[in-house]
Design a protein around this ligand. Sequence first.
Ligand code: PEP
Ligand code: MN
Length: 345
Amino acid sequence: MIIEMQMNAPETTTAAILRAASARKLTANVMRNERAAQVIGIGGSIQLDQLDVPWIARVEAVHKPFMLASRELREASTVMVGDVPVGNGQPVIMAGPCVVEDRESLIAGARAAQRAGATIQRGGAFKPRTSPYSFQGLGEEGLRHLAAARDATGMPVVTEVMEPEQVELVAGYADMLQIGSRNMANFPLLKRVGKSGKPVLLKRGFAATIEEFLMSAEYILAHGNPSVVLCERGIRGFDSMFRFNLDLNAVPGLKEVSHLPVIVDPSHGTGVRSLVPRMAMAGMAAGADGLIIEVHPNPESAMCDASQTITPDTLADIHRGMMAVHAALQPIFAPDLAPVMVAAD
Ligand code: PEP
Ligand code: MN
């Protein structure tokens, strides 16, 4: 049930509704939207006619199972990652290596990625690897290197957290917490990042339906965190030519039913370096708010996911293409937004 309060509704009215929900053992969350400072999402129904609450503007008694993530709750969210907005109509690039290898190469790569147009630094310190014998990441040392790269470039950092017990440690260094594909349905982890106070990049499980994906986002929102960015990163297909199949239906599909920003990962979505630029453009044409891309100063020697990792020069081409695609399509699909600035070379 969604209850939208009038703009000037007193907090006492909202408190009465929350008490009624709590008496019925229902979870309730207060968020805001374009019209109201207090929008209450309740995981069930309460009888409003038995309460004396005159300040209600709108009631949505029947809602989607992903109520807080839905467009019925609000139109569109902008998520701040450090000082970088995601979802405000200006596309962003998150870039960096699959895994943090050492301080010097991370900083050199971060500077090169920033010159190429990236505004958020990625890189794994704790890595979910298919083989227990593969490099698992540098752990806290990797987090320190990411913080050093942020000091060097000013770019905020997104990095993966795999266990609820690690959330506090990773949140101490990162500007955004990444939940990887393999952990999309790790509910204890989702609850914990929901309470972390940091924005979350939620990657789609590679065998998850769109509704399951949105229900995982709902877990984070329902635990108090309104700052979630969704990432389409490819699903399992039958063709061994690709590591995964980038499901670009998901992008406009998600945006039609949810207010959360959506970015696309053409690196894991293809597994093939030569396909990354085209699929990055395709992701933008599908309506993504940005891209996350694996970049390394010397891709061939990357310790993880080398075959899908691109050079900073290729990233610069993608950035140019991204801005051009976005500028070409915005007047058609979002004519009310301010025009995108495309820098002349
Ligand atoms: C990654 O971004 O480094 C990663 C492991 O991605 P995914 O969880 O999508 O496989
Ligand atoms: Mn990777």
